[in-house]
Design a binder for this molecule. Sequence first.
Ligand SMILES: C[S@@+](CC[C@H](N)C(=O)[O-])C[C@H]1O[C@@H](n2cnc3c(N)ncnc32)[C@H](O)[C@@H]1O
Length: 209
Amino acid sequence: MKFAERYDIAAPIYDTTAWFLSLGGIGKLHPGLVEGLDLTGKKVADLGCGTGLAFPALLEAVGPTGHVIGLDNNAAILAKAEKRVAENKWTNVTLVTEDIAKLPVNRDVDVVFSCIAMSCVPHPAQELSELLANLEPGTLVRIIDALPRTTGPARQAINGYNFVKSGIVGSHFRELRPFEQVFRDQLSDVVVDYLHGGMYTRLTGVKGA
Ligand SMILES: C[S@@+](CC[C@H](N)C(=O)[O-])C[C@H]1O[C@@H](n2cnc3c(N)ncnc32)[C@H](O)[C@@H]1O
């Protein structure tokens, strides 16, 4: 099944499915995007925003003077996000139908977030590298994804589960190992930590001058 078709089918049930497939972790990932960051008044992008599950955390963090740009390439998924935005009367969210690889907004934002989405693009490590290479100096980047673990006591179980899950969600688990090195090569002040018992890796860094 093609990736786009997979998310056409998933759109109506994404929020529930995400909870089960993340073993209840999805609710920790979005607060985890903003944890420890002062984002007041910032313009932030959420690449592969899906149905907008991260928007409440992002909007609370940026406050009324900030702005959230949600970008996704799947129309059915973005329609769900649009509904969420309308129902909540959020006025500082802009939705963009676009491919992450085309980088339409990233030069114009203070912070680039992506939660369990960079793993889904074709050639993810290459795309991540190109994304980071194109950012303006000073841009903060934080990505949370189910990356292969090379350390940690439960790494075999975590990698086994995330590999099986990647077949369902359409992520490219075997191609994600270079993500941490791509961050270290291209960004400063890189921090790597883990969420939900180590199932998810959080990469944070700042584009240098
Ligand atoms: C697992 S979902 C994550 C959604 C959301 N970030 C969340 O945390 O719930 C992956 C999302 O990435 C989007 N996506 C995958 N490849 C993409 C691409 N090349 N460009 C833009 N969005 C993409 C999918 O349409 C889907 O909405």
